[in-house]
Design a protein around this ligand. Structure first.
Ligand code: NDP
Length: 252
């Protein structure tokens, strides 16, 4: 198999992969790509109608997409998500923590409920995934965590203080997980630049929405991020792709 970065890897057995936030954008593209490659995906999100459409589209692919209603802010929900995969397939090979929200605003707007929502989804949601999958990966002595962070995990821009804080946190938690983990467990952070998706739709502050229109003028397709996830998952067990940053060529 030739990877998006041009490397050749062996034809590995199909993987069982959980993807959070799979109802749109990057998560949907990851689920679709992995199913096309023959993997079995459990696709989690709150909008199950979208997940069912995704599963229908993937029905003719060599792999599969199974929709699961999931709210990553609910620890029990995330535990049930992992349990469902284990029950269905007997194991879990990878957990892609992708669900995220980005209701940007300046701090002095004091949109504190939106700060809380970003922390709940982008940070607590990630931690719930680790809490649910790490014991299983440890028991299996195999597993792969993939966190979808952001270029916002590396730089702060006005209106994005809290969003970037959640992405710095996601980066730090994932890096800590890598350092602490058994070498049989692989850990990857994928940090996208501006990608066409519904992410900016969560912005309610008019000033931030206006600023984002310029910032998000040049986007790349979510498939570019799915390619990066696929590349990381396709490596042999002794190769751990720690981080991939994927930006539009025009994004500086
Ligand atoms: P979308 O808004 O298109 O997708 C976000 C996904 O997260 C949806 O599937 C949504 O599903 C899900 N989600 C939100 N809240 C929850 C929740 N409580 N429980 C479960 N799922 C939830 O945006 P993207 O595809 O762009 O975002 C995916 C990830 O990529 C995010 O982490 C984002 O921060 C990151 N990212 C995106 C960039 C971009 O430019 N697009 C750039 C850098 C990073 P539902 O509402 O159905 O639950």
């Amino acid at each position: 198999m030739t990877t998006p970065l041009g490397h050749t890897t062996g034809q590995a057995r199909p993987k069982v992969v959980l993807v959070t936030g799979a109802s749109s954008g990057i998560g949907a593209a990851v689920a679709e790509r992995l199913a096309a490659e023959g993997h079995h995906v459990l696709a989690g999100a709150r909008r199950t109608d979208r997940l069912r459409t995704l599963a229908d589209r993937a029905a003719s692919s060599p792999g599969s997409v199974h929709p699961v209603r999931l709210d990553v802010t609910d620890r029990a929900d995330v535990a049930a998500f992992v349990a469902a995969a284990r029950e269905r397939h007997g194991r879990v090979d990878a957990f892609v923590a992708n669900a995220g929200v980005m209701p940007l605003s300046r701090l002095d707007c004091l949109l504190t409920d939106e700060w809380d929502r970003m922390i709940d989804v982008n940070v607590r949601g990630l931690l719930h995934g680790i809490a649910a999958a790490l014991p299983l990966f440890t028991e299996q002595r195999a597993g792969h965590f993939v966190t979808v962070a952001s270029v916002g995990a590396h730089e702060v821009v006005p209106t994005a203080a809290v969003y970037c804080a959640t992405k710095y946190a996601a980066w730090a938690i994932t890096e800590g997980l890598r350092l602490e983990s058994d070498p049989a467990i692989r850990v990857t952070t994928v940090s996208p630049g501006v990608v066409a998706s519904e992410l900016a739709d969560t912005i309610t502050d008019p000033g931030a929405a206006e600023a984002m229109r310029g910032y998000r003028a040049h986007t790349i397709d979510p498939g570019a991020i799915a390619g990066a996830v696929s590349y990381a998952l396709a490596q042999p067990p002794d190769v751990d792709v720690n981080e991939i940053v994927v930006r539009p060529a025009r994004q500086r």
